[in-house]
Design a protein around this ligand. Structure first.
Ligand code: NAD
Length: 494
């Protein structure tokens, strides 16, 4: 395997990476390493530390010391200033961070650079929550003279486990609320995409985050991830990943009854009613599936289309899909980059095979890309028409750019199909009717519904799932409060 020497690759990427534990950059205790590949070229970029239970133990101890030390006495104003300093430093380095993310996990620069404004919003959002009211006086009916208060206290050490499809987004859902509330954190990024997290962590220490307040242990899920989920020194686990892994995280958390936040997979319905504006619905629903090469938890992969417009919709979706430019994310013209790994490519191609095998009609795509892209993990955006909701491609999360277009007769059938899934993460509706929009948005069992748009996300509004998509809310006040626990105080004034 050759090393990636492209001049576009930022200097940070070269050289072995270490873990951040208690303010020091250290090798994994075992000395083992994981090779990091550029998914667009298959070339080696560098290596990361292969942390395991020993490293997690050290990181949790450092986080506990920090939680019980000076950090606890930082005022809300001091924590807010720190978050705003991180905001400025991260934005100053955003060109570099976008490049790192692109070469590490494949998303095109158009997407990674596009996260600049969102990053600014999310950091300002958490900064603005440092001094939100944490104590309230609660009226009581006790005999005598009592003053009763409710405080919200930081839960302590938070363990964060995130997937590879968007580390530049995922780390803020852990570090943001931790810094806003006075918790400390140990983050285990995904083994396939840790580099942007490591660079941001460097910037955060440069901004003045005290030693031990944030810690990063890279490594495999079965070793470092499992150890973090099991560790009795961790008070809360914020897990984002697949439904299968979540089951083992839930079991692992039983030792000390950790609080859990589970943001899991989806198989979201995107309903196109006959009165929809197809000029908007076709590209909107298409990119609702293909964005980030389909490696998006909320991807609207089941496109439910009303029978009256089914033929026209499929034709236009197919034509649109064929115009999409797939390539190396460093090319500014690229709309879709590679999948993250050979393993993910094999998985997506297996599902494409199953779609055809179960009787869906392949209208576009379906192949691995060859030629100049043959060394990377590229697959064409793919449309299956004539799909039904009981086919494997409509039931299981593929995590690739594969759309299943399913016909429906009326709104009742659309909602029945939409909800006939174990998942409940998101859903979309395309209609020009206000009442259809309202009724259908209430009728879909999912945490986020988009009407005449797909995938927009404001940290102040937040999002989360239901059913097998997990529980907990990311963003909004609820997210900050989930890093706190309530404490009642009874003051006898008599
Ligand atoms: P995954 O579950 O395989 O891995 C996620 C993380 O968990 C990684 O860091 C991994 O190393 C770690 N892990 C693996 N085994 C573990 C174990 N036994 N104990 C503890 N940690 C372990 O998921 P993935 O394939 O990396 O990511 C894709 C999944 O993430 C999809 O299902 C996607 O829908 C989901 N996702 C959900 C959201 C959301 O907010 N709902 C956002 C992004 C991705």
């Amino acid at each position: 395997m050759s090393a990636d020497a492209s001049p576009a690759v930022p200097r940070f990427v070269a050289g072995p990476k270490k873990n951040l534990i208690g303010g020091a950059w250290v090798e994994a205790a075992s000395g083992r390493r994981i090779e990091v590949l550029n998914p667009a070229t298959g070339n080696a970029l560098c290596s990361i530390a292969q942390g395991d239970a020993e490293d997690v133990d050290r990181a949790v101890a450092a986080a506990r010391r920090a939680f019980e030390g000076e950090w606890r006495r930082w005022t809300p104003h001091e924590r807010r200033k720190l978050l705003l300093k991180i905001h400025d430093l991260v934005l100053d380095h955003f060109d570099e961070l976008a490049l790192i993310e692109t070469v590490d996990m494949g998303a095109p620069l158009a997407r990674t650079n596009g996260l600049r404004e969102w990053t600014s919003q999310v950091l300002q959002f958490f900064a603005s929550h440092c001094d939100a009211a944490r104590t309230e006086t609660v009226p009581n009916s006790l005999p005598g003279q009592f003053l009763t208060l409710k405080h919200l206290e930081p839960v302590g050490v938070v363990g964060g486990i995130i997937p590879w499809n968007g580390p530049l987004i995922g780390l803020w859902w852990i570090f943001g609320p931790a810094l806003a509330t006075g918790c400390t954190a140990v983050l285990k990024p995904a083994e396939d995409a840790s580099l942007s997290v490591l660079r941001i962590t460097e910037l955060m220490t440069e901004a003045g985050v005290p030693d031990g307040v944030i810690n990063v242990v890279t490594g495999y899920g079965a070793e470092a991830g499992q150890a973090l989920a099991e560790h009795n020194g961790v008070d809360r686990i914020a897990f984002t990943g697949s439904t299968g892994t979540a089951r083992s995280v839930v079991r692992a958390s039983a030792g000390n009854f950790k609080r859990l936040q589970l943001e899991l997979g989806g198989k979201s319905p995107d309903i196109v009613f006959a009165d929809a504006d197809l000029d908007k619905a076709v590209p909107g629903a298409a990119m609702g599936v293909y964005t980030n090469s389909g490696q998006v938890c909320v991807a609207g992969t089941r496109i439910l289309v009303q029978e009256a417009i089914y033929g026209e919709f499929v034709e236009r979706l197919t034509a649109f899909t064929k115009t999409i430019r797939v390539g190396d994310g460093l090319d500014p013209e690229t709309q879709l980059g590679p999948l993250i790994s050979q393993r993910q490519l094999d998985r997506v191609l297996r599902y494409i095979g199953l779609g055809g095998g179960e009787g869906a009609r392949l209208e576009a795509g379906g192949n691995r890309l060859g030629g100049a892209l043959a060394a990377g993990f590229f697959v064409e955006p793919t449309v299956f028409a004539g799909a039904s909701n009981d086919m494997t491609i409509a039931r299981e999360e593929i995590f690739g750019p594969v759309a299943s277009v399913i016909p429906f007769a009326d709104a009742d059938e659309a909602l029945r199909l939409a909800n006939d899934t174990p998942f409940g993460l998101a859903g979309g509706i395309w209609t020009e009717s206000l009442s259809t929009a309202h009724l259908a948005s209430r009728g879909i069992d999912a945490g986020t519904i988009w009407v005449n748009c797909y995938g927009v996300l404001d940290p102040a509004v937040g999002f989360g799932g239901t059913k097998a998509s997990g529980y907990g809310w990311k963003g909004a006040r609820e997210h900050v409060e989930s890093f706190l626990y309530p404490k009642a105080v009874y003051l006898n004034l008599g």
